[in-house]
Design a protein around this ligand. Sequence first.
Ligand code: SAH
Ligand code: F3S
Length: 454
Amino acid sequence: MNRVYIKTYGCQMNERDSEAVAAMLRARGYRIVEDEHACDIMLLNTCSVRDAAEQKAIGKAGYVSARKKKQPDFVLGILGCMAQNRGAALLDALPDVDLIVGTQKFHQVPDYLDNLRAAREAGVPIGSSIVDIAAEAGSQNTIRDHLETDEKQVSAFVSIQQGCNMDCHFCIVPKTRGDERSRPMADIVAECRSLAAKGVREITLLGQIVTSYGRRDYAHTGGVTPFVQLIEQVHAIKGIERIRFTSPHPRGFKSDLVEAYGRLPKLCEYVHLPMQSGSNRVLKAMNRPYSRERYREIVDALRAVRPDMYFSTDIIVGYPGETEEDFEQTRELFEACNYDMAYIFKYSIRSGTVAADLADQVPDEEKERRNQVLLDILRRNSERRTAGLIGTVEEVLVEGPDKTGAHFTGRTRGNRVCVFDADPRLVGQLVPLQIERATVSTLYGSLVLSGVEN
Ligand code: SAH
Ligand code: F3S
């Protein structure tokens, strides 16, 4: 009765929330299982950012709720963004759901599951669901537990902030995640230190808009924002070798952050810089507070500090009213920025956002065409960059065995996945890898063993 399977949809924040829920449940005596067919409790941690993501989770919930016929004690919970977005209304479509828990209540999941189990054992009729999507002051401080696994953990996500106050007109996140709230710097640094002590070498700082971290809680010191102060403190931790973060906002790339790439060697030269559109008219309609010129300036400034910088981005094609000329502006800027990776989305109507009510929705076929144009450019850029890596030596952080178990896997500082042969003792170490061949997404090579502690 205590085997829990958690399925996560959506972004890295959701992955991190699921991990924290799993750790809290394990501390309460629940067992976290990998096989969805061998669980008593299934929790779907959901995403609302596009309609397709919601439909996927609703489909899954409908499908698994049929299990209750064979397994009457089976518990089904919906957590996270879609729970927050739709609340008790979800029960209209999914009456068999037992638990609906919003984004500020993840830490209540163990109590709620205890209650549901106790009620079942006491013979309370099944069918009374628990719904909690209230806001809770301080909830950003509850995503801090990490799941210990049998494998050595080399890389960890650390949540530094929840919510977003930006009001981009297409985006549901301010509704699902609430106001921007940051965790205390000292708590985050302590968490990173304890991860380092357990062998973690790479930290990814997470939040909806990390560049705004602590802006209401900490002063700028000498022109340095609280976000860069936090990076400096994590940088000072012995054992941490690499620092990444996601997602930033272009607005946050002032000179202090750009310069940080020149003076903090643990800060990996990989920046996710969401552009959304390359048309000034569309950026304005989206309520994105920068121009294409400013965006290009940031890319150039970062490349001036780190010529080998890798960039990735988010683009929305087919925002309401996006014309062929607007798209051409996006295409041109997209090509010029030479991204290593990009997430290209077809605009999806999110009810309750400003853009949902706009006329001039772009037809699906046109969104698809624009999507393909950008994907083609991305593939060509990525292949060019990869081809340039063949024959070079890249620093790789060894993470563990690959999917087949026959080789090892790790990533370069530019976040490219590598597959190679290694000794298990090298897990958690930075090693030089001679790149020999590549596909679009993966590099293959051999370790250059001189100089590696073995
Ligand atoms: N700052 C957040 C943004 C969350 S949404 C983060 O953590 O990444 C992630 C991306 O989804 C956005 O950058 C945007 O490109 C895309 N997106 C958001 N709303 C969308 C919508 N209504 N339709 C299509 N794509 C959307
Ligand atoms: Fe969404 Fe814009 Fe914030 S994309 S998460 S409202 S910065």
